[in-house]
Ligand binder design. Structure first.
Ligand SMILES: *[C@@H]1O[C@H](CO)[C@@H](O)[C@H](O)[C@H]1NC(C)=O
Ligand SMILES: *[C@@H]1O[C@H](CO)[C@@H](O)[C@H](O)[C@H]1NC(C)=O
Ligand SMILES: *[C@@H]1O[C@H](CO)[C@@H](O)[C@H](O)[C@H]1NC(C)=O
Ligand SMILES: *[C@@H]1O[C@H](CO)[C@@H](O)[C@H](O)[C@H]1NC(C)=O
Ligand SMILES: *[C@@H]1O[C@H](CO)[C@@H](O)[C@H](O)[C@H]1NC(C)=O
Ligand SMILES: *[C@@H]1O[C@H](CO)[C@@H](O)[C@H](O)[C@H]1NC(C)=O
Ligand SMILES: *[C@@H]1O[C@H](CO)[C@@H](O)[C@H](O)[C@H]1NC(C)=O
Length: 493
């Protein structure tokens, strides 16, 4: 998007996958009619488009990341999803064995202070069933365990007595054993990190992870992970999914949302700082807009790594103190505010230092420790998501804008306010334009940007879709209309 003649930046909304069913093709098309399309490709009619016109928007929505692109197979690996008050819900974990032989409950005994919840498992049977008793995790609607593949299992455990555990990958009913290993927990009052490689000798797409034992006694568990060892470049992305993103050849990637950035409530907004560093120490959070918990294995660092792997310019969308239901007053945004465990303004400057700072800067050193000595080239940020109409949006925006401009003069800043409607009342390099509607509305907008001023901030069309009026699970008409809208952007009249 650096190109001077560039003015439009449109994206594919990759999360809405379009399926072209034959039902659509059958609707009202007359087989005896012939359509003729004439294309005038003469050079004098050609328009230059920037290399960066097309990119993607990646939001943690519908498990696009957790249970999707992010290859972690365990869901709620740290037992945090039930909240800080114990005993808490451990969904989707469950027990193997009856309640007379095993009892589990969360407590606050973890060795990780940011995610203090751990699981205490008490085995009550002295003469346990042959297969043992224990716990299992079905992952995200079952784990796709594949024959011949290697899996890396990691967990933290504590037991006052020496205890042998069996870790297995099995079918959802536990009957088909695809991989198994014995792990010894040495009896101490300390937590121990235990690692085990598992090689599957069969395939089942709805498998689960089991941890079982025959030994009477108490074992605590925390931060349990199972990752296939063949992720893309070893970066944790599922190969078959990232290959589809690579095929799109996105030149930029907007992340991590969307409403995921705002939250209905600020406490549930995405917090970059709690999503970096060792995965074991990340608290995870409940994305209250899309209604599910994520362990934040796919965090800020991994998003930046994903951009690099896709050769896409990162477009980091951050929260500027605005959620759906509450806002931080502009007068309170700059100094540290006790009411929120967070200084929004400094926190965002820190996120940029994390991405771009040298190895000896406070946050740059965290990036380096995570394995990326080179800076990530963050050149674009979006201040908020769809928040222009919020009371404190503009005031907060200006604070962020001037703070970032001062430290990072080259960073392009993207406003939430619609610059196509008229000049903006605040400085911006680009404005974020979103549109959802029925097919007529979107089609009628195919020439929308033809008459927009070329001198103001540039348009960044980062979300668009035919989303209503019978679109259902995508139709041919909806696809065609979105294509028409996009070709309007591409024409760049
Ligand atoms: C289909 O085309 C035929 C031949 O042109 C015409 O007679 C007929 O009315 C058309 N039907 C519809 C539904 O348009
Ligand atoms: C699994 O790991 C073993 C050695 O650790 C290696 O020889 C084998 O190729 C790996 N298999 C796959 C499918 O990666
Ligand atoms: C635990 O397993 C190891 C190796 O499989 C074995 O040598 C040991 O006797 C077992 N200990 C107990 C208490 O069962
Ligand atoms: C996977 O496990 C389920 C549940 O036990 C079983 O019904 C199914 O046949 C298994 N699939 C394969 C491919 O073995
Ligand atoms: C696969 O491995 C498990 C665990 O070691 C074992 O119980 C099972 O019999 C093996 N299955 C096959 C088909 O080899
Ligand atoms: C437990 O951890 C403490 C603090 O790290 C350490 O001093 C102690 O030696 C450990 N004890 C055992 C038995 O490993
Ligand atoms: C940090 O590193 C940069 C280059 O790597 C160097 O120029 C600078 O002097 C260093 N700053 C400090 C405070 O060590």
């Amino acid at each position: 998007m650096g190109s001077k003649e560039a003015f439009l930046h449109a994206i594919f909304f990759v999360l809405l996958l379009l399926s072209l069913g034959c039902k659509c093709l059958a609707s009202g098309l007359n087989a005896t009619e012939m359509a003729v399309l004439k294309v005038d490709a003469s050079p004098q009619l050609a328009r230059k488009i920037p290399e960066t016109l097309f990119g993607i928007f990646f939001e943690e929505i519908n498990h696009a990341g957790a249970g999707g692109l992010w290859a972690e197979l365990v869901s709620n690996g740290g037992f945090e999803s039930g909240g800080p008050h114990t005993p808490s819900n451990i969904d989707p974990w469950s027990i193997i064995g009856g309640e007379s032989s095993i009892s589990v409950a969360t407590d606050r005994s973890s060795c990780f202070s940011q995610n203090i919840i751990a699981l205490r498992m008490e085995v009550l049977c002295g003469d346990c069933p042959a297969g043992g008793v224990g716990i299992y995790n079905p992952g995200f609607w079952g784990m796709n365990i594949e024959d011949g593949k290697n899996y890396s299992f990691v967990m933290y455990a504590k037991s006052l007595e020496n205890t042998n555990l069996t870790v297995s990958l099995t079918s959802s009913d536990g009957l088909q054993n695809l991989a198994s290993a014995s792990i010894q927990v040495a009896g101490t009052s300390n937590w121990t990190k235990l690692e085990q490689k598992l090689v599957a000798n069969g395939t089942n797409r709805t498998s689960r992870l089991q941890i079982t034992t025959n030994k009477k006694g108490v074992v605590w568990f925390d931060q349990i992970s199972l990752m296939p060892s063949d992720t893309y470049k070893g970066h944790g992305f599922r190969k078959e999914l990232i290959s589809m993103l690579l095929d799109l050849k996105p030149r930029f990637m907007r992340f991590p949302g969307g409403c995921f950035v705002e939250g209905h409530w600020l406490r549930n907004a995405f917090r970059w700082r709690e999503s970096v560093g060792p995965w074991e120490e990340r608290p995870g959070h409940f994305g209250d807009v899309w209604g599910y918990w994520t362990d934040d294995g796919l965090g800020y660092y991994e998003f930046l790594q994903l951009c690099e792997d896709l050769d896409a310019a990162p477009i980091w969308v951050f929260n500027n103190g605005v959620s759906h239901n509450e806002e931080v007053d502009t007068t309170a945004i700059a100094p540290f505010v006790k009411a929120f465990p967070y200084c929004f303004l400094q926190d965002i400057l820190n996120s940029l230092e994390f991405a771009r700072g040298s190895a000896n800067s406070t946050w740059g050193s965290v990036r380096v420790a995570m394995g990326h000595p080179e800076p990530f080239p963050v050149k674009y940020v979006t201040i908020g998501n769809e928040d222009c109409s919020k009371i404190f949006y503009r005031g907060n925006y200006l604070k962020f804008h001037s703070a970032i401009r001062e430290v990072y003069p080259d960073i392009q800043m993207i406003s939430n306010c619609d610059g196509s409607a008229g000049p903006l009342d605040h400085p911006a390099d680009l404005y974020d334009f979103h549109v959802y509607g029925d097919s007529n509305t979107i089609f009628s907008m195919k020439n929308k940007f033809d008459s927009i001023s070329r001198s103001g901030p540039k348009a960044f069309v980062s979300e668009y879709a035919v989303s209503s009026n019978g679109v259902g699970r995508a139709t041919f008409l909806a696809s065609l209309v979105e294509a028409a809208f996009l070709s309007g952007l591409e024409k760049n009249r």
